[in-house]
Design a protein around this ligand. Structure first.
Ligand SMILES: *[C@@H]1O[C@H](CO)[C@@H](O)[C@H](O)[C@H]1NC(C)=O
Ligand SMILES: *[C@@H]1O[C@H](CO)[C@@H](O)[C@H](O)[C@H]1NC(C)=O
Ligand SMILES: *[C@@H]1O[C@H](CO)[C@@H](O)[C@H](O)[C@H]1NC(C)=O
Ligand SMILES: [Cu+2]
Length: 338
């Protein structure tokens, strides 16, 4: 009895020390805003779309092979490291970071001063085709048509990216092919199911499987692959998934603010990927390749993702640890959701 409570307090003390070391001294007072696309004014929507077009017009600066524009560089960074952070414990942290990095580029390089929007996908689940997000005048344009499912309207219809769906580069348009069975995976019922999970490991797997995959498979085209940031909808989607994670964290901050776990390399696909999904899609058609890995991952003592896990970007961006971005209102991040 006594021993148990002693080891418990030691564990708690260790957890507190770990979290404290990740909290920087800089206070988060002037929070950046994240807002639902559905509630933005037409002018706010256009500001965001113009900022994205600006990023698509700026020249690449990291010297990576492939990217021509600043916009392309984020696509390349995502696909280069993609096997490290899909179906692994770093899935949510990595996407939190890439949305932040992309937003910083819009702000500092394209003078964007509006909020980071997110797409509340539950509002359009099963009916992506009619979403305001895909409006041709004040949105991202609709789905594709003709050869290559190239999008036909909206501000990005003429954008050609040299970055392929994964590691092989071929010049292509932004493609989409909506599947409303897949888009119904974004429904609130699946969000609620995940919100009820009590551990990070259960929550993350639940999110990555259903609500998260609903957008990627439901929108189709380039969003189905590791080159998914090639469609600017990627950032609205992952800001949304980030909001869902933050809501889950905030429901029990004492336990969840710094809770992380999960395999730290893509050793195995989660069980749900071995089964045909609810829309009758067989797993082989959506699985990324499994790659051979060494033991463990940078910053982790073993095979589990920890707060020390290094989120790295092909050596071109500053390395960040998972622990540094667990709190969106402290350390290197300072933003809030509406
Ligand atoms: C951002 O604003 C600065 C200062 O006004 C200006 O020099 C720069 O050209 C602007 N950048 C873009 C991409 O519009
Ligand atoms: C999406 O909208 C629904 C309906 O207004 C709301 O209940 C839900 O909380 C929203 N989800 C997020 C993540 O904002
Ligand atoms: C960033 O992390 C990677 C992976 O651990 C490592 O190879 C690289 O040296 C690190 N870069 C810096 C600047 O620390
Ligand atoms: Cu991703």
């Amino acid at each position: 009895m006594k021993l148990t409570s002693l080891s418990l307090s030691i564990a708690l003390l260790a957890a507190e020390t770990a979290s404290a070391s990740f909290m920087e001294q800089t206070a988060c007072t002037n929070k950046q805003q994240r807002k639902s696309w559905h509630t933005l004014t037409a002018e706010e929507r256009l500001d965001y779309l113009h900022a994205e077009q600006c990023l698509m017009s700026l020249p690449a600066k990291y010297g990576l092979e492939g990217p021509v524009t600043r916009y392309d560089e984020f696509v390349r960074l995502h696909s280069l490291a993609a096997p490290d952070f899909h179906f692994t414990g770093a899935f949510l942290p990595y996407h939190r970071l890439i949305v932040h990095n992309h937003y910083e580029a819009l702000r500092t390089e394209c003078n964007y001063s509006g909020p980071q929007p997110y797409w509340n996908e539950t509002l359009d689940a099963g009916n992506f085709k009619n979403s305001v997000v895909l409006d041709s005048a004040t949105g991202f344009g609709g789905e594709g048509a003709a050869i290559g499912d190239c999008i036909q309207d909206g501000p990005f219809k003429d954008y050609i990216s040299p970055i392929g769906s994964y590691r092989i580069d071929t010049a292509h348009c932004i493609s989409r092919k909506i599947d409303e069975c897949q888009s119904s995976k974004a429904a609130q019922v699946y969000i609620n199911n995940c919100m009820a999970k009590q551990t990070f490991g259960d929550f993350w797997l639940c999110i990555e499987e259903l609500p998260h995959d609903g957008l990627h498979q439901g929108m189709g085209g380039i969003l189905r692959y590791f080159g998914s940031p090639g469609d600017p909808l990627f950032y609205l989607h992952h800001a949304y998934i980030d909001k869902v994670w933050w809501t889950w964290q905030s429901a029990d901050p004492e336990h969840r603010l710094y809770e992380i776990s999960g395999q730290n390399q893509l050793y195995a696909f989660p069980k749900f990927l071995s089964e045909t999904d609810m829309c009758g899609v067989a797993p082989e058609s959506i699985l990324p390749p499994l790659e051979p890995y060494g033991l463990g991952a940078p910053g982790d003592p073993g095979m589990e993702t920890t707060l020390g896990h290094v989120l790295h970007w092909a050596g071109v961006l500053t390395n960040v640890t998972v622990g540094e971005i667990m709190d969106i209102e402290g350390g290197m991040l300072c933003y809030e959701y509406d």
